[in-house]
Design a protein around this ligand. Sequence first.
Ligand code: SF4
Ligand code: SF4
Length: 336
Amino acid sequence: METIKKLIRKQSLEKLYSTLSASRKVYAPVVAADKRVEYKYNPAYAEVTFEHIQSTLSVKNVVFPKVENLMYYTNNKVDSTITDIDLTKIPEVVLWGSHPCDNSAYDVLKSIFCWDIKDEFFAKRLEKLVVIGLACHQSDAYCFCTSVGLTPNSTKGSDILLSKTKSGDYIAEILTEKGNAIATASPDLFENANNEEAVITEVKQTFYHEQVTEKLKTAFEHPFWVANSLRCIGCGACAYVCPTCACFDIQDEAKGKEGRRYRSWDSCGFGLFTLHTSGHNPREVQSQRWRQRIMHKFSYMPDRNKSLGCVGCGRCSRGCPVDMNISEQLQALQNI
Ligand code: SF4
Ligand code: SF4
């Protein structure tokens, strides 16, 4: 649909939040006791932050939970029965105040989970998701959205995008039918837009992702990977905080005759990730795993999924215990 531009006053935003959270699950950012920003379901409005640069974890868990049951089963000696998960019970979730990089990451995940065969679990959660995004009026040195084709106010992935103005009111860009349904249900809260402009942070472009992708075509055996991954300890934190990392493991867990099959997040940064039953490991050292992380996001995905596997949120660099900075590495790769 064509974008509709409206204005929401500060006070009206609180009313909108209260209306939504009274009838459904609203997942919103709050500042935790240790000062980290995390998302919670239906926090009190006074707790919700509009000033965060980035939450520590991304919000991919609303469509790709850390642990997700895929089926339950009962095993007898002669037969077994399977109970499917009832996907119709997945509730609608309103994601509130997530930034453009995180919102555009849902398209990246979709290009993975719905690439050939549609992953019903992911697709149903995405269908039930309504995104009320928040454009960034602040950023830090780790942000690099502008180097991966996005901006601090990209509308991709949002149903409504809010942008703060100098006076503290918000411009609301209504972008989809889902967003329009929310706006039309509370017409008093959405006023006609005035001439006020949004305050949007500036994020400097530091590399050209097209050039990085081109360089990677011939960089598989380059000494860059060893030289730049010697300090990586393979902890996997970069994958766990990342909004686009989609690796998972599937396990069965049984007690007596009853059991469940579930999937849980995994990481290509772990030594065991590619270990074969034979004992052979095609990625036996950490430099090969680091290369895989970069190659997957900036070479294999553009080639196969027609999508970059990175939205420039900078979380992996903020969270890395040994200061591996992906943006700096991509800048260096552009020039090898
Ligand atoms: S967070 Fe840092 S140390 Fe841990 S696997 Fe990622 S790059 Fe390596
Ligand atoms: S690779 Fe790092 S910067 Fe890119 S989307 Fe993932 S966490 Fe964000």
